[in-house]
Design a protein around this ligand. Structure first.
Ligand code: PSV
Ligand code: MN
Length: 432
């Protein structure tokens, strides 16, 4: 342990005491504001404490673009160091106790060792992610022209087997879901037969589905473009929904916020999937142009709020089977990934609590009367309420930081890791 610096609880508590007066003042003001509406901030603190969002193992390293990757100091060099960083994030924000792994990037030598390592740090494993969008050394068949939808049955077989391997590893480490995203598609009109490609994909997915344990979920990600730029096989939520329905009750649609055409009404997509009983979960991130993988809530916080407005609407309406999984999926090119993941997790909680503040009866009444502006202003009132004090209180009560960013910076964690983890000389590029 001497060579594995952690941000301990005593340090967090001492940092929190520096913020105590400020927080008490903010909470009192917010309490008075909410009391005018007959609301008690306490109940929102409890709700904030219950929200969980998983962090992606691949998000704790510095990301890159297809042009370059500018490595950061003290980056994790293996899955164990990634878990250390995930544990640091969770120690401060307390809403990210689950980690989503990507295989083979995170393939351990021993599943048991990995599981024990995570457990010792208060972490569990969220959805497993398979990777058939890259070739691995020594692989018999290339994914250059697709994987689960490939024209060659042997390539499809290999891609299916990889997913089965992910399920087996997931079972050993306590995961309960598999997320499948394929890069399959085409770059030229005529390159691929759309119908055949989807049939091939479904045939492969049926085999994967059959291996998914009954208490698991199978998440399917749609994505409009990239790396294929003319067409993708699972291009949109409609195709995704069709596939999830074809496969059966364990299959659900996963909405990655960056995977739609610009200006698509994602909150409505979310509502549709809720209504059709197929919303599996999210990969949260934000974007200006495409699948930018920017920090959640950094570009379009109102969109994030509107998505949570749909989620809370489903929660309070007790929609049967509604239980989406929340995950972050981001690429941090110019920030310390730990800082970005912490602030993104906080933004997810913020959107949730703001959505809880929506006067749902007032909204329904305004909708009945066709009062568009009143309906909109009810949403805006919730969205513009600063719930930071509720979020900070929830974190503190769970043992986390009043201000995760300042606490993290004061801890010197990154410098300690830079010392513990000398930079590797490997130059890597790529979206991940
Ligand atoms: C694809 O863009 C994606 O969103 C999928 O979730 C991948 O697994 C992930 O990014 C990692 O690059
Ligand atoms: Mn994703």
């Amino acid at each position: 342990m001497a060579n594995n610096f952690v941000i301990d609880e005593e340090f967090i508590a001492s940092q929190n005491s520096l913020k105590a007066d400020e927080l008490a003042e903010d909470l009192e003001y917010l309490g008075r504001r909410l009391a005018r509406r007959g609301l008690d901030p306490r109940s929102f603190v409890e709700r904030a404490k219950s929200l969980r969002v998983a962090v992606p193992s691949w998000g704790v390293g510095t990301g890159g673009t297809r042009f370059a990757r500018f490595a950061g100091a003290g980056e994790p060099r293996n899955v164990y160091e990634k878990l250390d960083d995930c544990a640091a994030i969770n120690s401060l924000v307390r809403s990210t106790s689950a980690v989503s792994l990507h295989i083979p990037w995170d393939k351990p030598e021993s599943a048991e060792t990995l599981k024990n390592y995570a457990t010792a740090r208060g972490l569990t494993f969220d959805a497993m992610n398979s990777n058939t969008f890259q070739d691995q050394p020594g692989q018999a068949h290339s994914y250059k022209f697709g994987s689960l939808s490939h024209m060659d049955p042997a390539t499809r077989r290999q891609a299916v087997d990889h997913n089965l391997e992910c399920i087996e590893l997931g079972k050993a480490i306590g995961s309960k879901a598999l997320t499948v995203w394929v890069g399959d598609g085409s770059n030229f009109a005529g390159q691929s037969n759309f119908r055949v490609a989807l049939e091939n994909y479904l045939g492969s997915m049926r085999e994967i589905y059959a291996a998914v344990p009954d208490d698991w979920k199978l998440f399917i990600e749609h994505k409009m473009f990239e790396p294929a730029f003319y067409s993708t096989v699972i291009s949109d939520w409609g195709t995704n929904y069709y596939c999830a329905r074809e496969l059966g009750p364990k299959a659900y649609c996963l909405v990655d916020l960056g995977h739609h055409a610009p200006n698509v009404n994602i909150e409505q997509v979310v509502s549709r999937l809720i209504q059709f009983g197929k919303l599996g979960g999210f990969h949260f991130n934000d974007s200006k142009y495409g699948d930018d993988d920017l920090d959640t809530g950094s570009v379009k916080p109102f969109q994030l709020f509107l998505i949570f407005n749909e989620l809370v609407d489903a929660e309070v309406s007790k929609v049967p089977g509604f239980d989406p999984a929340y995950m972050l999926d981001q690429s941090h090119n110019v920030t310390d990934p730990i800082e970005s993941l912490m602030s993104s997790a906080v933004e997810v909680s913020r959107a949730y609590v703001q959505a809880l503040l929506v006067d749902r009866e007032g909204l329904a009444e305004a909708q009945r009367k066709g009062d568009a502006l009143l309906a909109h202003s009810i949403l805006k009132e919730a969205f513009t309420t600063d719930v930071s004090a509720i979020l900070a209180t929830a974190r503190i009560e769970l043992g986390g930081a009043a201000d995760p960013l300042s606490c993290y910076r004061a801890s010197g964690y990154r410098n300690e890791k830079a010392r513990e983890r000398p930079a590797s000389s490997v130059i890597s590029a790529g979206i991940v």
